[in-house]
Write a protein that binds this ligand. Structure first.
Ligand SMILES: [Zn+2]
Length: 83
């Protein structure tokens, strides 16, 4: 089943878990999370680059630490994170 990474929309109000980003296993038809299961704060789903299989989260954090990331607002209150 696909795994998705969520992050706090507002990094200053989330808990440690969602500020850092967390992974959720969901079926394809499942609704995306809108809230952090721990603190209830708003979260958005990080769009994963295709082809990053089991180590997607590792790559995500490595890319992030290296500064290879950008967020663009796509309208409707959604965000896409690009590497
Ligand atoms: Zn949280």
């Amino acid at each position: 089943m696909p795994r998705y990474v969520y992050e706090a929309k507002d990094a200053s109000s989330g808990c440690a878990k969602c500020r850092a980003g967390f992974e959720v296993v969901q079926r394809l038809g499942d609704a995306r999370l809108a809230k952090c299961p721990d603190c209830g704060g708003p979260v958005f789903r990080v769009i994963q680059a295709p082809g990053l299989a089991h180590s997607a989260t590792d790559l995500h954090y490595r890319a992030k630490r290296a500064g290879f990331h950008a967020i663009k607002k796509t309208g409707g209150g959604e965000y896409e994170k690009m590497y």
